[in-house]
Design a protein around this ligand. Structure first.
Ligand SMILES: C[S@@+](CC[C@H](N)C(=O)[O-])C[C@H]1O[C@@H](n2cnc3c(N)ncnc32)[C@H](O)[C@@H]1O
Length: 286
């Protein structure tokens, strides 16, 4: 019985993923279809924009020397390349940047497109278990991918991301909020979206999230201690990590309290306050 119900459940994962795995589709057609019609000569700029948004939303993201990074759902690899550019710009080239995808055909395309361009690796998986050891990755990231995956599998990925990230590493990803629904309604009605999903029809499925849902699922359901959510238009950007950020070298508790009178009034310990809230709120400490 367990196997029968598992196969039924995985049918939705497989149906949602089928659209990404056509071996006969040309690279040009894939690039146009999966990048919202952005022309080929703008794909690098689009990818740079996503990486910039990630580092701007979470300016505290830190990388050790020669970081190991993993993108979930790399498509044809433009975002992996953009992160490589960002790390080289920081004069901290990665040990490697991996692309983990459920669609073998996407990995084939990404691999041939990125051949000889950097320390890129490509990993295929079943959509559930990430084939990497515990605590082995410095940055796990994902853009324009999780919104297409049925929710229970995304929730499962939260556990997997948490498992593979190093204790002092970061997980950062982008989802769509319900604010996206009215815009989607103009070209792809919700009624049809739900019919497609229930009928396991091939195509781009869309799943939307709310701030309270994510906070509860990540903190209470997944047990992640540090969760930072930023809403931007119809996107929700999330960063989570296991350990508190180290205090800035020049952190002065008295100065923090002077600059943040509400913290003093609330009676909080200044160092703990900065490590729990201050870093996310961009509070001044000097
Ligand atoms: C719209 S593309 C985005 C590609 C890339 N992130 C970008 O923005 O250029 C979505 C990617 O997610 C992959 N994908 C779909 N379901 C997945 C899953 N369950 N786990 C990992 N990747 C998945 C698809 O195969 C495809 O490569």
């Amino acid at each position: 019985m367990e196997n029968a119900s598992m196969n039924a459940a995985n049918a939705s994962l497989a149906a949602a993923a089928a659209t990404w795995n056509d071996p006969h589709e040309s690279l040009e057609s894939i690039n146009a279809r999966i990048h919202d019609g952005v022309p080929e000569d703008r794909l690098a700029a689009r990818a740079d924009g996503y990486i910039r948004a990630m580092v701007d939303h979470f300016p505290y993201l830190r990388f050790p020397p020669r970081p190991v990074c993993l993108e979930i759902g790399p498509g044809t690899g433009y975002i992996m390349e953009a992160l490589h550019r960002e790390l080289r710009r920081r004069t901290n080239p990665p040990a490697w940047i991996g692309g983990l995808d459920i669609a073998e055909n996407m990995l084939v395309r990404a691999k041939s497109r990125l051949a000889g361009k950097g320390p890129f690796r490509f990993l295929h998986y079943d959509g559930m278990s990430i084939p990497l050891p515990d605590a082995s990755v410095d940055l796990v990231f994902s853009v324009a991918t999780l919104p297409f995956i049925p929710k229970p599998y995304v929730y499962n990925l939260f556990f997997e991301m948490r498992r593979i990230v190093k204790p002092d590493g970061f997980v950062a990803f982008q989802l769509l909020s319900f604010k996206h629904l009215p815009e989607q309604e103009t070209h792809s009605p919700w009624r049809e979206e739900i019919r497609r999903q229930i009928g396991l029809a091939e195509g781009h499925w869309h799943h939307f999230y709310a701030r309270e849902e994510l906070e509860t699922v990540l903190k209470t359901g997944t047990g992640i201690p540090f969760v930072d959510l930023r809403e931007s238009g119809s996107a929700i950007w999330v960063c989570f990590h296991e350990e508190p950020l180290p205090l800035p070298k020049d952190f002065d508790p008295g100065c923090y309290l002077d600059l943040n009178p509400d913290v003093r009034e609330g009676g909080a310990d200044p160092a703990r306050h900065w490590q729990e809230y201050g870093y996310k709120e961009g509070r001044k400490w000097r």
